[in-house]
Design a protein around this ligand. Structure first.
Ligand code: NAP
Length: 372
């Protein structure tokens, strides 16, 4: 059995990865080892009745005994540990959720329903570095896979609405704490629906902007607000998250850099789980809603087409409906009344912890094991 090290198992992505691996019986075919950067030697997860003791995630000699390492620990960990392992001659496979090595020329970005031939080619060529894509890009490409395979997209403007859990465990906790903190300061009289709502709105607005609002992680209120910047400032008007849109889309699709131009704004919103993306795209020709529905629906099993009407959009194309599901919702497809060009809008909604993070990692493990 392959020795498989799992780092970052208690974080936001890692805990969903473990849940999915248990659901799919992935642990039956590997000898698993759990690592921690903060509590080596402590008790780890209990899986199938087996209690694991945590190993030291900073011990290169320990990690070097693994055939495959899956890490959801984050970019700083990857930058510190991966080169050290390679320098000591480690020959194993590294499967990573962090962005740090995605654009490395030796890395393959993994999203097998969209780019399985690229992954298979990489494995054959001896590539050993496999990295999950950016969660927003991944989910958009999952939804649009049918159009991509038919080579119908000329360019895309992608406006994202990204959930708090996309930033990690401590961030989503902060959103929930912000909400609870505001509730604690409101009396039942203030919440009663009689009289003008303005005093209530003013009080909540003041609470959101108060110095006591818990904002240690996000650095700004998210409850009742948005944060219009994700990741670092590249200094050219783009955030790094926005830059990833074009760079990763083309790399995942095996195209030359910039072949499909992609740009937009990435926005953090007060959603618990699931990223949405409102996409404006220029197609190479007119595509009716009927043809669009057939293309996206038949591209792979994890896409759910939602017809562009109010009832179905409001009930089935929302983070509330899609959270925890492997189905990526796609809808709001319409030709935009801008001019006569084939420019269309579409909304994708997907669980960024599943197809946007954990699922490609566990599937890559299973590809390497020859199981899928
Ligand atoms: P996270 O929740 O912050 O977890 C990362 C690590 O933080 C954990 O493994 C844990 O390490 C440590 N940690 C410290 N305090 C913690 C706490 N209170 N609860 C849980 N863990 C805590 O990060 P993440 O969101 O899983 O992201 C991991 C990587 O995946 C990042 O590179 C991220 O960019 C990428 N990613 C995330 C998402 C997403 O939706 N969140 C999607 C795609 C990619 P120790 O056990 O060693 O202390």
């Amino acid at each position: 059995m392959k020795q498989v090290g799992i780092v970052g198992w208690r974080g936001m992505v890692g805990s969903v990865l473990l849940q999915r691996m248990v659901e799919e019986n992935d642990f039956d075919d590997i000898s698993a080892h759990f690592y921690s950067t903060s509590s080596a030697g402590a008790a780890g997860p209990v899986i199938g009745g087996v209690s694991y003791t945590l190993k030291d995630a900073n011990s290169i000699s320990d990690l070097a005994e693994m055939d495959i390492i899956i890490t959801c620990q984050g970019g700083d960990y990857t930058k510190a540990i991966y080169p050290a392992l390679i320098n000591c001659g480690w020959q194993g496979y590294w499967i990573d959720a962090a962005s740090a090595l995605r654009m490395d020329e030796k890395a393959c970005i993994i999203l097998d329903p969209v780019n399985r031939p690229t992954i298979d080619r990489a494995v054959k060529e001896g590539i050993k570095l496999f990295v999950g894509g950016n969660c927003s890009i991944t989910l958009s490409l999952m939804g649009l896979a049918g159009l991509i395979k038919a080579d119908l997209i000329e360019w895309m403007s992608v406006m994202t609405y990204q959930s708090a859990s996309g930033a990690g465990a401590q961030y989503v906790r902060e959103l929930i704490v912000q909400s609870a903190w505001i509730s604690e300061h409101l009396s039942s009289d203030e919440l009663a629906s009689s009289g003008s709502v303005l005093p209530l709105v003013n009080k909540v607005s003041a609470l959101i902007n108060s110095a006591d609002m818990p904002i240690q992680n996000f650095g700004a209120p998210l409850m009742g607000s948005i944060i219009p910047w994700i990741d670092s400032d590249l200094g050219d008007g783009n955030s790094r998250e926005e830059w990833k849109g074009e760079a990763e889309t083309n790399k995942i699709l095996g195209l030359s850099p910039g072949a499909i131009p992609v740009n937009g704004l990435c926005i953090r919103v007060g959603v618990i789980r699931c990223h949405s993306a409102a996409i404006t795209m220029k197609l190479r020709r007119d595509v009716s809603e009927e043809e669009f529905a057939a293309l996206v629906t038949h591209s792979h099993p994890w896409v759910n087409y939602v017809p562009n009407n109010k009832v179905e959009s409001v009930s089935k194309l929302t983070p509330a409906y899609i959270s925890g599901s492997l189905q990526v919702g796609i809808g709001r497809y319409k030709k935009m009344s801008l001019n006569n060009d084939p420019i269309y809008s579409v909304l994708t909604v997907g669980d960024q912890l599943l197809w946007g993070a954990a699922e490609p990692l566990r599937r890559m493990l299973n590809i390497l094991l020859g199981k899928i």
